[in-house]
Design a protein around this ligand. Structure first.
Ligand code: KG4
Ligand code: ZN
Length: 347
C-alpha cells in the first residue's frame, strides 16, 4: 500500500458551500469551493435555496477539481462524500451525486461524518510541521457547530461538550445583525474589534454546566443593551462600533477559553486543535497563543481553507478510511443528524 498512489475524489455539500477536492494519499491536489452568495440578502442560510444552488454548482465544481488536480477520472480510487450532519436538502445533492459517480466509475464509496472531517483536517499534509498527537482535544467552532471533542484516535472520538442552542459563529453573526452589519458578520465584528476596547462594555457570560455552551442569552442581552443605548443616543452604534465589537468578541472568546481550560483541567490533555470558520478570529488566535506561553498548551490551527467547510477535509477522512478498507454500501442515505459517536467505525 505504501508505494501505491491512492486518489480520492471528495464531495462536501452539507450547508451552503459546494466543494470538491482531489487528494493523492494525504496531499491535496485540488480543493474547489463554490460559496453561495444568495443567502447574504436573507441574513442567513435558506435551506431550499442552498439545495438548489448545490444542484447548479456540483457538476462544474467537481469538473474543476479534476481539472486542477490534472488527473483523469479513471485514476480515482474511491469517492468520499459528506453523509451528515447538515441540511437534508443540501446533503442529498452531494450524496446522490457521489453514489452515481462511484457507480459510473465502478469505484468504492466512502461516507464521511462532517464533524470528524473538521477534526481530521489537521492531518492533511503540507500544513504545519507537526500534527496533533493522540489523545488531543479538538474544538470545532463555526456557523453551524460548537463542540469540544476528546480525540483518542482517528475514529475514536468522544464529545465532551457542545452548544445547547446557537453555534458560536451564529453568536457572532446575530450580534453583527443587531449592529446592522451584513451577513456573515463574524469577520466584520473581528475587524472592528481590533480597533476597540474589549472592556468598554460588559455582557453576562452564560452559566452552563460542564463543557456545554450556550450563546442565545448573550444575543438577547446584546439586543437589549443596544436598544437601551440607541433610545438614549440614536448614533450610539455608529459612535461606538469598535468598542461594542471588541466587547462582544471579548465575551465570546472568554466563553470559549473558559470551557477549553476546564477541558484541559479535567482531561490533563494540553494539546488543543481548533477548526471551523471562527478559527479565523484574531481574538481566539491571540488567546490560544497566550495559553501556549502561559499554560504550556500546544495549539494547532489548520490552514484557513481547511477550517471553513471544504472537501479536502472530507478527502483526508476518505484516505484514512480507504487504508482501512472501510467502504460504504451503495444503499447509504444522507443523515441530517449524525453525531461523531454514531459515525461508522473502521472495520
Ligand atoms: O466553517 P464556516 O465557513 O461554515 C460553517 O458555518 O460551517 O464558518 C462560518 C462562520 C460564520 O458564522 C462566520 O461569521 C464565522 O465563521 N467567521 C468568523 C470569522 N471568520 C468567519 N467569526 C469571527 N471572526 C472571524 N474572523
Ligand atoms: Zn462545518
Amino acid at each position: 500500500m505504501e508505494n501505491k498512489s491512492i486518489y480520492i475524489l471528495a464531495i462536501e455539500s452539507s450547508c451552503d458551500d459546494t466543494s470538491a477536492a482531489v487528494l493523492c494519499n494525504k496531499k491535496v491536489l485540488s480543493n474547489v469551493t463554490a460559496t453561495q452568495k444568495i443567502h447574504e440578502e436573507y441574513g442567513g442560510v435558506v435551506p431550499e435555496l442552498a439545495s438548489r444552488a448545490h444542484q447548479q454548482n456540483i457538476v462544474p465544481v467537481v469538473h474543476q477539481a479534476l481539472n486542477k488536480a490534472n488527473i483523469d477520472k479513471k485514476l480515482i480510487s474511491a469517492i468520499a462524500f459528506t453523509r451528515g450532519p447538515g441540511l437534508m436538502g443540501s446533503l442529498l445533492v452531494g450524496t446522490s451525486f457521489a453514489k452515481s459517480l462511484a457507480l459510473g466509475l465502478n469505484v468504492p464509496l466512502i461516507e464521511v461524518n462532517h464533524m470528524q472531517a473538521h477534526i481530521l483536517a489537521h492531518f492533511i499534509e503540507g500544513q504545519n510541521e507537526e500534527t496533533p498527537q493522540f489523545p488531543f482535544l479538538a474544538m470545532t467552532i463555526s456557523g453551524g457547530h460548537t463542540q469540544v471533542v476528546l480525540v483518542k484516535d482517528y475514529f475514536n472520538m468522544e464529545i465532551l461538550g457542545e452548544t445547547l442552542d446557537d453555534a458560536v459563529g451564529e453568536a457572532f453573526d446575530k450580534s453583527a445583525k443587531i449592529l446592522g452589519l451584513p451577513y456573515p458578520g463574524g469577520p466584520l465584528v473581528d475587524k472592528y474589534a481590533r480597533e476597540g476596547n474589549p472592556k468598554a462594555f460588559s455582557f453576562p457570560k452564560p452559566k452552563v454546566e460542564g463543557l456545554n455552551f450556550s450563546f442565545s442569552g448573550l444575543k438577547t442581552s446584546i439586543l437589549y443593551f443596544i436598544q437601551k443605548e440607541t433610545a438614549k443616543n440614536p448614533k450610539f452604534i455608529e459612535e461606538n462600533i469598535a468598542d461594542i465589537c471588541a466587547s462582544i468578541q471579548f465575551t465570546i472568546i472568554n466563553i470559549l477559553m473558559d470551557k477549553l481550560k476546564k477541558a484541559v483541567k479535567e482531561t490533563g490533555i494540553k494539546q488543543i486543535a481548533i477548526g471551523g470558520g471562527v478559527s479565523a478570529n484574531s481574538g481566539i488566535r491571540e488567546a490560544l497563543k497566550k495559553a501556549e506561553k502561559n499554560k504550556g498548551w500546544k495549539t494547532f490551527i489548520p490552514k484557513f481553507e481547511y477550517c471553513t467547510d471544504n472537501a479536502a477535509m472530507i478527502g483526508i477522512v476518505g484516505q484514512l478510511k480507504y487504508e482501512k478498507g472501510n467502504f460504504t454500501n451503495s444503499s447509504v442515505s444522507a443523515k441530517a443528524r449524525y453525531t461523531i459517536t454514531q459515525a461508522e467505525q473502521p472495520i
